[in-house]
Write a protein that binds this ligand. Structure first.
Ligand code: AMP
Length: 452
């Protein structure tokens, strides 16, 4: 990622609530966290004035060698919370094989972590390499062969290079799971289990995320012993800097028109991520918007090539792209400064993903707005999200003269079928009113038909 404007996070001692009742204590600074002068210099250059709450809590625990479970809101400095103590512990370059492994769920996140690492390690001689798929491994292999201290990788590429006997992992003493709950979910868990089996037994585990459901916590017991918890806010607490609202709309065509109507205001909606649930819908929505609104619009999803994904994120960061239409590949970890709005064109079916999506705005104390467009079949997921966040999402009124587009029979049927499935899920005795049928391509048809 490119250079971003740094923000002053409140120190623990500056935070209000119960803190103000306690006797005054010396403010915690990076110096009091006993970081070495190389790191302090790098932090000063990066514009970090004081440690954020998660940094204040996690850094001392990690330095003491504990396994740590870190939970804090999106955009509140989790990356530095594990990178700084890791760099302190590794101290100087040693040997050829990596001693710390940071696993992340996507190549964008790997690259972003590597950028933060480069910033923080710039006055140390520690060597790092990042590994991810989607490109040939030649350059990565060359970098690995030159000797490394820290490795940042996606699970897939790590296992690939390990099985080809290119990577030697026997010196790993620290393992970080960034977006830990995602790495522990069904999709990544088999790979993660293989990695855990390969790594040396004696190692420190550092798990960080903004969401860590109780059942995920339970899974961590398989490999963590007595972890210390650095929990700043209950899991899935959205940052207060993001205001949230939801428009209730009857169908895809109305969603599309409303989206175009909102995005017409280029001043207010100056840096926007529009999230969809599928790659196909992302492409369809971008195609629709290109005909309707000003400014460059780009799409990011797992099918886009490596270079396209990186250059798209860079252009969005720089501001040359106003609207980024994305699937959940961009929901986690991606740190683009001053995103004005996150718009959910489709409501995520996993409530945790909502918290991560909206966490792309309102980062590092900037303010942001999250707008969700929900049809009747998505009201169920809104309820699940509200339960997870333990707060309501305000319903916004439609513009005064707004007229909805009529819902096609096909779409009505599809929504009725989805709601039927939701009801079956909630009530095992309910047999359902529909036979399962293949989902038809309603989004594309509606967007092609829809005009503003
Ligand atoms: P993260 O949650 O690690 O993605 O960090 C979110 C943003 O906060 C990034 O842009 C970081 O550069 C920034 N950040 C992290 N820690 C601090 C700090 N102590 N002071 C100022 N900015 C920070």
């Amino acid at each position: 990622m490119l250079k971003k404007q740094r923000t002053h996070f409140p120190r623990e001692s500056e935070r209000v609530s119960e803190q103000s009742q306690k006797p005054t204590m010396a403010p915690i600074s990076f110096q009091t966290l006993q970081l070495n002068k190389q790191l302090l210099k790098a932090l000063q250059e990066a514009g970090y004035i004081a440690p954020t709450p998660i940094q204040q809590k996690a850094i001392p625990l990690i330095l003491k060698g504990h396994d740590v479970l870190g939970v804090a809101q999106t955009g509140t400095g989790k990356t530095a919370a594990y990178l700084l103590p890791l760099l302190m512990q590794l101290k100087y370059p040693k040997g050829t094989y990596p001693r710390a492994l940071i696993l992340a769920t996507s190549k964008e996140l790997v690259i972003q972590i590597a950028h933060s690492l480069a910033d923080m390690a710039k006055y140390t001689n520690l060597r790092h390499v990042c590994l991810y798929g989607g490109i040939g491994p030649t350059q990565q292999i060359e970098a690995v062969n030159q000797g490394i201290d820290l490795l940042v990788s996606t699970p897939g590429r790590l296992l690939d290079l390990y099985h080809r006997c290119i990577l030697n992992l026997r010196s790993i003493r620290h393992l970080v799971l960034d977006e830990a709950d995602k790495l522990l979910d069904m999709n990544f868990w088999p790979q993660l289990r293989d990695i855990l089996a390969i790594l040396p037994g004696k190692r420190q585990h550092l798990l960080f995320s903004a969401t860590m459901a109780p059942k995920v916590m339970k899974l961590t017991e398989e490999f963590l012993e007595w972890p210390e918890k650095a929990i700043i806010t209950p899991q899935a607490t959205p940052v207060t800097t993001v205001s949230q609202q939801c428009y209730q709309v009857p169908n895809v065509a109305t969603k599309a028109r409303l989206l175009a109507w909102l995005l017409t205001d280029t001043k207010i909606f100056c840096k926007v991520i529009v999230f969809t649930c599928t790659r196909k819908t992302a492409e369809d929505v971008a195609h629709f918007l290109r005909r309707q609104v000003a400014g460059e619009i780009r799409v990011i999803h797992a099918n886009k090539g490596q270079n396209t994904r990186i250059s798209t994120l860079n252009a969005f960061q720089e501001g040359t792209v106003r609207i980024l239409v994305a699937t959940d590949v961009a929901a986690r970890g991606i740190d683009v400064s001053q995103v004005s709005h996150v718009i959910n064109f489709e409501v995520p079916t996993l409530p945790e993903e909502y918290v991560h999506r909206i966490g792309r705005t309102g980062r590092a104390t900037h303010t942001g707005k999250a707008i969700t467009l929900a049809n009747p079949a998505e009201a169920y997921y809104i309820r699940k999200i509200e339960e997870l966040m333990r707060r309501k999402i305000m319903v916004a009124p439609l513009p005064p003269t707004w007229v909805d587009t009529a819902t096609s029979f096909e779409e009505q049927q599809a929504m009725a079928r989805t709601m039927d499935m939701q009801r079956q899920k909630e009530d095992p005795n309910y047999l359902g009113a529909f036979h399962q049928k293949k989902r038809k391509n309603i989004v594309k048809k509606s967007l092609t038909r829809s005009k503003r």
